[in-house]
Design a protein around this ligand. Sequence first.
Ligand code: SF4
Length: 239
Amino acid sequence: MTGLHPHIKPMIQSYFRQQMEIYGNELPLSDAGLIRHFLDYPASGHGNDIQEIPDNCQRCALSRSRRHIVVGSGNSNARLMLIGEAPGEEEDRQGRPFVGKAGQLLDKIIAAIGFERQEIYIANILKCRPPGNRDPQPEEIEACVPYLVKQIDQIKPKMILILGRIAAQTLLNNTAPLNQLRGEQHLYHGIPALVTYHPAALLRHAEWKRPVWEDVQRLRHLYDELVGDKGKWKQVRTK
Ligand code: SF4
């Protein structure tokens, strides 16, 4: 794609985006990989994908209402993995995780502790959007979570930050409320894991900014202790 005239690429991307809008995951397979590659979308079952999720997965009823399967995105060699709940409306539309307002807030949160998106890997418990962003149903989690387990197994992160109650209770197999799960260090199959509020919840509850800031500072300190590949951290924000 690098040899294209700079004016041509946006035109082709615009055409491909229309195709994605129209056909979603029903794109002819021979075209889907090319289009996803061209738009820098995460592949979902082809090529060098982090793991195989069929484009037409129908393991649960969410397959009937989704527009795109949102596999995950980021660095497949990430030391830090972030795990949220499920795609929202914008993620479902674009086929990428954390691209709406919650995603923009997440970018600011991780930047405040010296991380960038391209260093980490982000995935969700569910790969398809629950209608109206309702809570995932137990049978949907049961159907989809094996994909996430494989992703974690392939990426082998050194640390995990879990975002929100549903993801925390699922991964930690713990029914405690989120305010009890955050603030403590957990283990997910031997991988140190911390819990904090989901950025979408943070958009509705400004009073949770302080606890999130405390959680991510703890994350950075623990990361420096356990991984220690980021050099000295210059704290850029105090509230
Ligand atoms: S949520 Fe997961 S299990 Fe359900 S259809 Fe989507 S990819 Fe398949």
